[in-house]
Design a protein around this ligand. Structure first.
Ligand code: 9D3
Length: 264
């Protein structure tokens, strides 16, 4: 049962996770635990400051190491109290590595982690060097802080908890399709503005349907994210039929070379 201890100046961000949707179900069933710790509660001085101006000058403010450490110690003590072992300390930061599903799966099967949400221009580097195990980003765009990335991680972990999705197949499907983009989906009506549902999906031939879906996953991934397909190929995680599909796509590519996979 993962437990997340979140170090944040904005605990209110996390309330909707407890009260809505899939995450709520995970919390209600006890499959997941969330505790927020505010560095301000561990700040000293009359003003209880949690940030200060950067050495060397420049715009913006930097989060103070001391209040973060106070909050971290409180979180770690509470975890020990709850009988848990040492947890990894993850910092959400634009300079981190992008979060990926294998990391989510690992956390989903663990006792959880301490999540540090950065604000302002960043966190004093000495806190990172001494106490942070890993830095995680949500991708190459600029947010105002680490809270939304932390919520994204908690959501991703929540939906992997047994019984939470209400449909164990969905989670299983994820691991089957692991590392590829999903195939297109269709529902009723069979004709929408003259556009038809692919015949194969209406054929009732489950083997052919499965193969069609897998081919579309490989095709879409090859066109949009060729590096994903190459990664699976390198890892030996494509079967004979997958490899034939890939050869077809490469041949098509050699004829036209009109998209990003031309580099691959
Ligand atoms: C001019 C330098 N900026 C870096 C792009 C400073 C800066 C901007 C925004 C420093 C911190 C932030 C706040 N962002 C996060 O804390 C953050 C984040 C993000 O902005 N994008 C993607 N993932 C993440 S995880 C944490």
């Amino acid at each position: 049962m993962p437990r997340f201890d979140v170090l944040t100046l904005f605990a209110g961000y996390f309330e909707p996770l407890r009260s809505q949707g899939i995450c709520r179900r995970a919390f209600d069933s006890g499959a997941l635990q969330l505790h927020a710790w505010n560095p301000r509660d561990h700040a000293s001085g009359a003003h209880r400051s949690v940030d200060d101006r950067p050495y060397g000058g420049g715009p913006g403010m930097v989060m103070l190491a001391e209040p973060l450490l106070g909050a971290l110690r409180a979180a770690q003590a509470a975890r020990r109290e709850a009988g848990l072992g040492a947890a990894p300390v993850l910092l959400f930061s634009p300079t981190g590595r992008a979060l990926r599903q294998p990391e989510v799966q690992e956390l989903a099967a663990s006792e959880g982690a301490v999540l540090v949400c950065g604000r302002y221009e960043g966190v004093d580097q000495r806190f990172i060097d001494r106490y942070v195990d890993r830095e995680i980003s949500l991708g190459d765009f600029v947010l105002s802080g680490g809270e939304i990335p932390a919520m994204a991680l908690i959501d991703a972990v929540a939906r992997l908890q047994p019984g939470v999705l209400g449909d164990e197949l969905s989670a299983q499907q994820d691991s089957f399709s692991d590392g590829l983009l999903d195939c297109p989906h269709y529902t009723r009506p069979p004709s929408f503005e003259g556009s038809e549902v692919p015949q194969v999906l209406q054929s009732g031939d489950h083997a052919r349907i499965a193969r069609w879906r897998r081919d579309r996953m490989i095709e879409l991934s090859w066109l949009r994210r060729p590096e994903l397909v190459l990664e699976l190929e390198r890892a030996g995680r494509l079967d004979r039929h997958d490899l034939r599909m890939l050869a077809t796509l490469r041949a098509r590519n050699a004829e036209t070379s009109g998209d990003a996979s031309g580099q691959a």
